[in-house]
Design a binder for this molecule. Structure first.
Ligand code: PEP
Length: 244
């Protein structure tokens, strides 16, 4: 269960969030719990989460180890501060910051090289769903952004299926719609990396997951977890999702 805070919260608010949520998820051993905070809040998040079951993630990274890349943050920098996960290829990065399949793959390889666990996002836009191209879009994103990984690299990847039309809109894919997309993605994984890898792969659903719809989504055996935006900003609400 992963929370994507996007560009929300100060360092002080980060610490306050962890103080509230840690007791609420202390017994939640059924899943990994990740909060992906803005870069500047990662040290506060790591300090506040120390000794708990909650791990900390970033929302992006640059693929070079270091260099003259003003404004970027690298894998070694994230690992060094105790960050363990990183979201890659979120639709907002694709839409506003020029993310492509090629850059998703480069970032994913860099994350793995530096001991970070990538959560790689894929998902179709409304136009693409309405024109019946969802599978085609997912296949293109999988082939360009993920299938270039070796078997060993892929084994450490979590996929997040996030239909763009459901992100931040309050429109959730129905559990059946989400499960269909997950099944299709798992089929792509199976064709590329084999049936065992496909059954091991964790595919998260993301798109307006809330305390009141998480149960229905998680009842689908195809859905292994959730990537949660808005509802992860409130400790009680995210804890309810974690403890669905
Ligand atoms: C997200 O940011 O990945 C997301 C799914 O957002 P929301 O839950 O707010 O739709």
């Amino acid at each position: 269960m992963a929370g994507n805070w996007k560009m929300y919260k100060t360092a002080g608010e980060t610490t306050a969030f962890f103080e509230k949520i840690l007791p609420l998820v202390a017994l939640s051993t059924h899943c990994d719990i990740v909060i992906a905070a803005p870069f500047v809040n990662l040290p506060a998040a790591v300090a506040a989460a120390a000794g708990s079951r909650v791990e900390v993630g970033a929302q992006n990274l640059y693929w070079a180890k270091e260099g003259a890349y003003t404004g970027e943050v690298s894998g070694p920098m994230l690992s060094a501060i105790g960050c363990r996960w990183v979201i890659i290829g979120h639709s907002e990065r694709r839409q506003y910051f020029g993310e492509t399949e090629e850059t998703v793959l480069k970032r994913t390889k860099a994350a793995l090289e530096h001991g970070l666990r990538p959560i790689v996002c894929v998902g179709e836009r409304l136009k693409e769903r309405e024109s019946g191209n969802t599978d085609q879009v997912l296949q293109t994103q999988f082939e360009g952004g993920i299938a270039g990984l070796s078997e060993a690299e892929f084994a450490k990847v979590t996929i997040a299926y996030e239909p763009v039309w459901a992100i931040g809109t309050g429109k959730t894919a129905t559990p059946d719609m989400a499960a269909d997309a997950h099944r299709f993605l798992r089929g792509l994984v199976s064709a590329k990396y084999g049936a065992e890898a496909a059954s091991r792969t964790r595919i998260l659903y993301g798109g307006s997951v809330k305390p009141d719809n998480v149960k229905g989504l998680m009842a689908q055996p195809e859905i292994d977890g959730a990537l949660v935006g808005g509802a992860s900003l409130d400790a009680a609400s995210f804890a309810t999702i974690v403890n669905f």
